[in-house]
Design a binder for this molecule. Structure first.
Ligand code: G6P
Length: 605
């Protein structure tokens, strides 16, 4: 989704801005632009498509400047085009914007009445003209920003630059993240600290409603009532540079193979030999968790699937009922909150607009407490939740989530164990299985070559069906989501028992049916479901426990997986489905890491 980078320095900043945009590419976008200020005049370049196209334009035009703002745009209002790309400019004011201004049509009409001419279809252009209108009257940047944001409804991260005051940039956030990067004789703004890691490791995360005035040697922050505030400086010591593919062809493949390590990190220091560290979230959380009698999980996309898997663990291990909702649905439905209910949100980024809105609704609805499962420290979700348990996946660049998903499941299993404190005698076998999980993952990843070969079968397909039973049903859902996200093949997941209630009508020799089949109490039921497929000439691809007794024939391919304890099976069976989607997408020639129309971090509703 859209990305922002801004810089004010005593050296030229165009290269810093371009590198920042490159680092935000993973979020998904369809055009890019940059404005520099030089001799009190804007120098603007915009390009449809990749940041590399913008970089070429900048190089050809041979421009530079010590202050600048830049943007990657993911189209919401209007097609990807040069006119719609940011920065948007109104005479001496230039703006980049993340988010959606909901009242832009009203603002646009008012500004047209005032004589402003609109060149784009975007909501952002209304903001820049509005700002210009106020600046014309006040000649004061801060005051103009204050007056502008008073009239905005919706979500925004905004960065503003002015020809008349070339040594200043302003930023503000409401519902869309913005972080200040602190340099020496230079300062920066970005929507994600990752954009600035090449220039600094010192950051200040702005809070909702904050406004910042940045010069090369000063940072002034004001809260939503425009009173000066001091926000904590955070030093990020993680030396890992996510912008490196480590010899893998794509980030997604690298991230799939990082899973054993990422899972081990997520478990590190959190489980002893036999049990979970009960004070993992602190003493206060332990008291809260001991009172919980109901759990509500809310998330979007892949994170939602992690929630569906966690439901099984929470209900089975802790004996606590658990509801799971899609955030965009939860936030608009009437919610009945029982006593002692815990609200859990799951998000890789911690900035997903619907998940954040769901958390805010939950906080006003009388839950006992809130817990965020998140991969990004200091993200909005973490800061606004009472407690948080971090997944330690490391930065995930591929838009299609892989290591974030499996580490979410692990973190949620730790929560389930904490909720099951009263049944401690059952923990031992689960915890021991968790200790073995990274090794099992490593073994399953060895199937890579065979999965790559079989992927050829899918290249010409238009549809695929994924089946699973019990906790493997959400695993199948995640498998189908991965395939459609990156290969653009239509894929659906069904609980195998539902097959005969509809999808069986679709099965013929052209329909690949992919199944996950651990050797558990549902295996025989699943086998009967698969016979229904075989009887109709369907082509089966079965990822099965080596002891499950499947045999191959012309229409059945079997991939043997090690026999693993039931509690870790959801993760183990996810990995081959990730590899399958990856190889199918590569063979179909899609943009695996940045699939069309999708974004990594969905900061608008
Ligand atoms: C987008 C991403 C998905 C992700 C979902 C939720 O759709 O492409 O990979 O699962 O957002 O994101 P979150 O950061 O909240 O987990």
């Amino acid at each position: 989704m859209c990305g922002i980078v801004g810089a004010v320095s005593q050296r030229n900043v165009e290269k810093i801005l371009l590198e920042g945009l490159k680092r935000l590419e993973y979020r998904g976008y369809d055009s890019a632009g940059m404005a520099l200020v030089h001799n009190q005049k804007f120098l603007i370049n915009k390009a449809v498509g990749k940041v590399s196209a913008l970089a070429e334009l900048v190089q050809q035009s041979n421009i530079s400047g010590k202050t600048g703002i830049a943007h990657t745009r993911w189209a919401t209002h209007g097609i990807p085009s040069q006119n719609n790309a940011h920065p948007h400019t109104s005479e001496n004011i230039s703006i980049v914007h993340n988010g959606i201004i909901e009242n832009y049509k009203e603002l646009r009409s008012e500004l047209i009445e005032l004589g402003y001419v609109f060149l784009s279809e975007t909501d952002t252009e209304a903001v820049v003209h509005l700002f210009h209108y106020h600046y014309k009257q006040t000649h004061d940047l801060m005051l103009s920003l204050q007056q502008t944001i008073k009239k905005l409804q919706g979500a925004y991260g905004l960065v503003v630059m002015c020809e008349n005051e070339p040594d200043t940039i302003l930023g503000t956030r409401s519902g869309s993240p913005l972080v200040v990067g602190i340099g020496i004789d230079e300062n920066f703004l970005a929507s994600d600290q990752l954009a600035l890691r090449q220039v600094t490791d010192r950051f200040i995360y702005l809070e909702e409603g904050d406004v910042v005035k940045l010069r090369s040697n000063s940072i002034d922050i004001f809260d939503q009532s425009f009173s000066p505030v001091v926000r904590e400086e955070v030093v990020i010591s993680d030396v890992h540079d996510a912008a490196d593919k480590d010899g893998f062809r794509h980030y997604m493949l690298k991230e799939i193979f990082e899973q054993p390590e990422a899972i081990a990190r997520t478990l590190d220091g959190r489980i002893s030999h036999e049990s979970v560290v009960q004070d993992l979230l602190g003493e206060e959380a332990r008291t809260v968790l001991s009172q919980v009698t109901q759990v509500q999980i809310v998330a979007c996309g892949t994170s939602y699937h992690a929630g569906l898997i966690a439901k099984y663990a929470i209900e089975e291990w802790a004996g606590i009922p658990c509801l799971v909702d899609i955030a965009s649905e939860y936030r608009y439905r009437k919610v009945i909150v029982p006593d002692n209910a815990l609200f859990i949100s799951i998000s890789q980024s911690g900035e997903t607009a619907d998940t954040l809105a769901a958390l805010r609704k939950a906080k006003a609805s009388g839950y006992l407490s809130s817990l965020a499962i998140c991969n990004v420290p200091n993200s909005s979700l973490v800061r606004e939740s009472a407690f948080s348990l971090m997944t330690c996946a490391g930065v995930e660049i591929g838009v299609a989530s892989t290591k974030a998903f499996t580490t979410q499941i692990v973190a949620l299993q730790l929560v389930a164990l904490m909720l099951a404190e009263k049944r401690k005698e059952e923990h031992k076998s689960i915890v021991q299985a968790l200790h073995q999980l990274p090794d099992y993952c490593q073994r399953v990843l060895e199937l890579n070559d065979r999965i790559e070969k079989i992927s050829e079968h899918f290249v010409e397909k238009h549809h695929a069906l994924f089946l699973g039973r019990g906790v493997q049903y959400p695993v199948a859902m995640e498998g189908a989501l991965k395939l459609k996200e990156i290969s653009y093949i239509h894929a659906e997941a069904y609980a195998a028992g539902e097959l005969k209630h509809g999808p069986l009508a679709l099965v013929d020799s052209d329909m690949p049916v992919i199944t996950v089949a651990p050797n558990n109490e549902l295996l025989e039921k699943l086998k009967s479901n698969l016979e229904e497929v075989q009887a109709r000439g369907g082509k089966l691809y079965v990822f099965a426990d080596q002891s499950a007794g499947f045999s191959e024939d012309a229409n059945t391919q079997v991939f043997n997986l090690p026999h693993v304890p039931a509690c870790i099976a959801p993760i183990i069976y996810t990995l081959p489905l990730q590899l399958l989607s990856y190889h199918v997408a590569v063979m179909r020639g899609t943009d695996v890491d940045q699939p069309r129309n999708l974004a990594k971090s969905v900061t608008v509703e």
